[in-house]
Design a protein around this ligand. Structure first.
Ligand code: KDG
Ligand code: MG
Length: 403
């Protein structure tokens, strides 16, 4: 059995902040896990370094489920993004180790491939409808079969999903939270026009997605769903904040637009009622924030009973380690729906060499043993952590709103 003898935490900033755990075994085998929680990176690094790593030393790295239960139940304080991200990092690293010892890619340990690759969606955005359509056409030309559309809202200086850089979207860009402004009325007018223009330009053989980013009330979300229905959206994401899950009942009463939710969920308990009541179509919980491969498989198994499919979060704040783990999971899970894919910068890719790749609108984790991803710790050491926060959002009268 590979015995855990050490675990190192690296906080690095190759373009943006990432926290990575590397677990080291007595036979020299190592495994990596992503521990990045955007804007709260050091909290997870401390949780791991101060409270988790000491409990790992001497344990059998093959006992993935037991270690998961030990960290979850043993903390007494269950759930929450910091705890679940830390557990996820350990879990990913242990699957990586098991794969390396077995000489197999992790997806083979999860039951093997049930599809040829994971269909991914890219992010087309622009300050105007025309800019967004131009970006979407580029994605289509690159082979993407699914594209998320976000555009600027006339009269608003900036909004969620609209990139400052042409190729790389990075909202966590300020040492203290920057302030965006929001108008639901203006927003609800522009999105149907965006989808209409997209269908005219891109045709019907491409899936179109949209992220509301928790900004509407349930009845407003119902309105948006209705307005987008003629353009057959693949999904409407985070239509309303999900703390009150009954809200989704109201949305469902008004639209057949498929609903996706869950990128900020961290436990099966956040997903349970929405899934069991069939209030959503896609669950977006992801490997790094929802307890790792071990816990995400449990969520997916529950969702499968209700024909809810996966649509895992995959923004740039999920490191290539999480991306690799998501692809092993996605390739092997029966009820996979789609995987989000935002390209990392070349700096990030260099710090995290990886076996996964993109072709014809799909991604594949590759056939390297384990997760097929590593961290170059020497290179990582050249990039120093700098605090970077996500923005906040205010209504035009100054009321703080959901970002
Ligand atoms: O850290 C927050 C981002 O990952 C999030 O704002 C991106 O909503 C997002 C998405 O769908 O990728
Ligand atoms: Mg989102």
């Amino acid at each position: 059995m590979p015995k855990i003898v050490d675990a190192r935490i690296t906080v690095t900033r190759p373009g943006r902040n990432f926290v990575t755990l590397k677990v080291i075994c007595d036979d020299g085998t190592t495994g990596v896990g992503d521990a990045t929680l955007n804007g709260r990176e050091l909290a997870v690094a401390s949780y791991l370094g101060d409270h988790v790593v000491p409990c790992l030393i001497g344990r059998d790295a093959h006992r993935i489920e037991d270690i998961w239960q030990y960290l979850y139940k043993g903390a007494y304080w269950r759930r929450g993004p910091v705890t679940m991200t830390a557990i996820a990092a350990v879990d990913m690293a242990l699957w990586d180790i098991k794969g390396k010892v077995a000489g197999l890619p992790v997806y083979q340990l999860l039951g093997g491939a049930v599809r040829e690759g994971c269909t991914v969606y890219g992010h087309a955005n622009g300050t105007s409808i025309n800019d967004t359509i131009a970006a979407a056409l580029e994605y289509q030309a690159q082979g993407y079969k699914a594209i998320r559309l976000q555009c600027g809202v006339p009269g608003m200086a900036s909004t969620y999903g609209v990139s400052k850089d042409r190729y790389f979207y990075e909202p966590a860009d300020a040492a203290l939270p920057s302030e965006n402004m929001w108008s639901t009325a203006r927003y609800l007018r522009v999105v149907p026009d965006l989808f209409k223009a997209a269908r005219e330009a891109l045709g019907w053989d491409v899936h179109l997605l949209h992220d509301v980013h928790h900004r509407l009330t349930p009845i407003e979300a119902g309105r948006l769903g209705r307005d987008l229905e003629p353009y057959r959206p693949f999904w409407i994401e985070d239509a309303t904040p999900a703390e009150n899950q009954d809200a989704f009942r109201l949305i469902r009463q008004h639209t057949t637009a498929p609903l996706a939710v869950g990128e900020i969920f961290n436990s099966i308990w956040d997903c349970k009622d929405l899934i069991e009541n069939q209030l959503i179509d896609y669950i977006r919980a992801t490997v790094v924030h929802a307890g790792g491969i071990t816990h995400l498989r449990r969520i997916a198994a529950l969702a499968d009973l209700y024909q809810v499919r996966t649509g895992c979060h995959g923004a740039t704040d999920l490191s290539p380690v999480a991306m690799a783990a998501a692809l092993h999971f996605g390739l092997s899970v029966p009820n996979f729906g789609i995987q989000e894919y935002m390209r990392h910068t070349a700096e990030t890719d260099a710090v995290f060499p990886h076996a996964y790749g993109f072709a014809d609108g799909m991604m594949h984790p590759g056939d390297a043993v384990g997760l097929g991803v590593d961290i170059d710790e020497d290179l990582a050491a050249q990039y120093t952590y700098r605090p970077a926060y996500l923005p906040v959002n205010r209504l035009e009268d100054g009321t703080l709103w959901s970002w």
